[in-house]
Write a protein that binds this ligand. Structure first.
Ligand code: SF4
Length: 411
């Protein structure tokens, strides 16, 4: 039988799909294109309504076109979304229970989910070090879809990183909903130090970090470990204390700013990105102004800006929405403009410099593309053979969104 996997959501979901694929292959199923597949697995995500809407339309279309295809639904899903889809799916299963999925074409195994070695299908090697979250930010579904926090033993993680590096992965992503609170026998900072000792030429990135749990030991590990990239995503979510409180984020704007100042003192050249939600219920112009102010002051290298969307089962779902869609879009635009203006200034500083880039792929125009250590996009001409290797690129052009290089200088 043939199967096809469709993945929505974050890198942790991508990593779950790699385990599903590996388990299916072991059961003599063959991965194929969607049209040829007998089984379609949807690894879904309830975090954004837009993702659920797209997936619902897709599942319905597949079932209409071919009633014989077996549809399996798994992932990070709220009860309400499962209810909406149950009539269109043949099986609804929990990803963490993969070894015991009760399907006629799979053999159940008495092993732990994390014992399944992922079938690495991306240029990056994803390593999930924990599952779940205990933080209950008032807008977030994760504690409801994935349950409480659980950390994997450090030795298992080290082995998995070694395996990914052995497979040729040059970019290792350490994943968890809140990696800073990792506690699998050692601290997260010590885990980074141990990973850095693994032999090989690779970069390590990690996400997500919660400001409340970010220790200076982690900053010191970033500074001292060569393979840990000097890139940090530290979600701010809002620059207003009242909104942060409503979001159940246990820090205020001043504490966040101090934390960033301390991190920058330890690692002066760190590239800092953040996540922001605009239009949270009750966010007035004054509250938003505080976010803009902070956004300007902190001077982020990158920001992932999301318009608030209410999710069932979360605490903020009960709150009346006070910001129109139009206004959310405007606030998103304001922050994006600040970001791009600042980016252009920063990107100009790279002109004529040589930067180390991890080559990730080739775009439609035939240019190679990749990322710098600080997660900046770079495009340049070159051969496909360079994909998944490091290259030194001389930067000749820049824009608000990235850098362009003309030639590859031999290392
Ligand atoms: S820390 Fe992250 S995953 Fe956990 S509840 Fe908050 S936003 Fe969700």
């Amino acid at each position: 039988m043939k199967y096809h996997l469709i993945t929505y959501g974050c890198q942790m979901n991508k990593n779950d799909s790699e385990r599903i694929s590996s388990f299916f292959d072991k059961n003599n199923l063959t991965e194929s294109e969607e049209a040829d597949a007998d089984i379609i697995v949807f690894n879904a995500c309830s975090i954004r309504q837009s993702s659920i809407d797209r997936m619902t339309a897709k599942i319905k279309k597949i079932k209409e076109q071919s009633k014989d295809k077996i549809i399996i639904l798994t992932g990070c899903l709220l009860k309400k979304d499962i209810k909406k889809l149950e009539n269109f799916c043949d099986y609804i299963l929990k990803s963490e229970e993969l070894p015991s999925w009760n399907l006629p074409f799979l053999k159940k195994e008495k092993i732990d989910y994390f014992e399944i070695i992922p079938k690495r299908r991306d240029t990056a090697g994803y390593i999930s070090i924990m599952k779940g979250c205990n933080n209950f930010c008032s807008y977030c579904v994760v504690p409801y879809t994935k349950g409480r926090e659980f950390s994997r033993p450090a030795k298992d993680i080290i082995e998995e990183v070694k395996e990914a590096v052995f497979c040729g992965k040059k970019e290792i992503w350490i994943l968890g909903q809140n990696v800073n609170s990792y506690n699998g026998g050692i601290s997260f900072a010590d885990l980074l130090v141990e990973i850095d000792k693994i032999k090989g030429d690779f970069w390590v990135r990690f996400t997500s970090s919660h400001p409340k749990d970010f220790s200076f030991d982690i900053a010191k590990a970033i500074k001292n470990c060569k393979k840990i990239t000097k890139y940090l995503n530290l979600p701010l979510q809002s620059g207003d204390d009242e909104i942060l409180k409503k979001m159940n984020r246990p820090y205020n704007a001043e504490q966040y700013s101090k934390l960033v100042a301390n991190i920058r003192e330890i690692v002066p050249d760190i590239a800092l990105s953040t996540d922001i939600i605009v239009g949270f219920p009750g966010e007035t112009e004054h509250h938003f102004h505080n976010t803009v102010k902070m956004f300007n002051e902190i001077d982020f290298d990158m920001a992932y800006i999301a318009k608030y969307s209410p999710r069932h089962e979360t605490k903020s779902f009960a709150e009346k929405e006070t910001v129109s869609e139009e206004e959310k879009k405007r606030r998103e635009r304001v922050l994006t403009e600040i970001l791009t203006e600042k980016n252009l200034i920063k990107n100009r500083l790279y002109l004529k410099n040589i930067v180390k880039v991890l080559v990730m792929g080739i775009n439609k125009k035939g240019y190679l593309f990749g990322k710098t250590e600080g997660y900046k996009d770079v495009i340049f001409p070159g051969s496909e053979k360079k994909i998944n290797s490091f290259a030194n690129i001389k930067i000749t052009k820049c824009s608000k969104w990235g850098l362009e290089g003309k030639k590859i200088i031999q290392k």
